[in-house]
Design a protein around this ligand. Structure first.
Ligand code: MF3
Ligand code: CO
Length: 262
């Protein structure tokens, strides 16, 4: 079931979205050579408790994962792309770090992710990060009343294909609002003109993620951390959006940051 949100409810999600955007900006500034992933986790924990927000990740226990998630942010480095568990690891020059954060404030949830390159970026890594950002932008652009879900998926897929990246279909975007995951599933691959008709009031998290040379994934023994099966490097960009009569509104928009690779 898809619950359409009122403008007031979208406003509550915007409040949450701005908080998440601010934290992702801070994490982008903090992430540097030598910084430990656990320091980033602790920064987010501090911000969440200070704000009286709720982590959507803490104690999240889906069918995958060995037991509930016990962190508040996903930090995925290099070939790790989704659900990376913060652990004792100091970032190294050239690492690609994907940071994914979902929280609720007063019962309204938003979800966003960004990827930064630590220290000196390799050209092919910059291209990969930019491709996920461009795919996100065109996916957002397609999120309009009257379009269909397949228009979003096809727009995302086209950017991957132009860049030569295969697309995995096991994990993609999703509805959200009262909870982190609601209907519909938003595949990063699809056919334009097909699928659910988009309507004003739908709130979606769009989240293109690509690995350079594979669409296959493998799980770490923790059951959480998802990596490219061939070890190739990965990136992930995600925004929470609302579909309005006037078109898409990004609820997790960040202010531009000089350290942004794009
Ligand atoms: N934010 C992720 C998503 O977009 C979910 C991460 S769940 C966690 O679907 F428990 F791994 F954090
Ligand atoms: Co998400």
């Amino acid at each position: 079931m898809i619950e359409l949100k009122s403008p007031a409810e979208i406003g509550r999600m915007r409040t949450t979205g701005q908080f998440i955007a601010q934290i992702l900006t801070e994490l982008g500034e903090l992430a540097d050579v030598g910084v430990n992933l656990l320091d980033l986790e602790h920064h987010v924990r501090g911000r969440i408790s200070q704000r009286g927000a709720q982590s959507c990740y803490w104690d999240y226990a889906p069918s995958f994962g060995n037991g509930p998630f016990r962190n508040v942010v996903c930090l995925s480095v290099n070939d790790a792309v989704l659900h990376g568990m913060p652990h004792d690891y100091a970032l190294r020059d050239g690492d690609i770090l994907s940071m994914d954060l979902a929280v609720g404030i007063d019962g309204w949830v938003a979800d966003s992710a960004r990827t930064v390159i630590v220290g000196t970026p390799a050209d092919e890594d910059l291209q990969l990060v930019r491709a996920t950002e461009e795919a996100l932008a065109v996916g957002i652009e397609a999120a309009r009343p009257g379009n269909r879900l397949g228009d979003i998926s096809a727009a995302i897929e086209a950017v991957a294909t132009e860049n030569g990246y295969p697309v995995n279909t096991e994990f993609g975007g999703h509805g959200l609002g009262r909870t982190m995951h609601e209907d519909p599933h938003v595949s990063n691959k699809g056919r334009a003109g097909r699928g659910l008709k988009l309507r004003a009031g739908m709130t979606l998290a769009l989240e293109p993620w690509f690995a350079r040379t594979t669409d296959q994934i493998v799980y770490d023994p923790d059951g959480w951390t998802i990596r490219s099966a061939d070890g190739s490097r990965t990136a992930h960009s995600e925004h929470t959006i609302a579909i309005t009569e006037d078109g898409p509104e990004v609820l997790t928009q960040r202010l531009p940051l000089h350290a942004d690779p794009a």
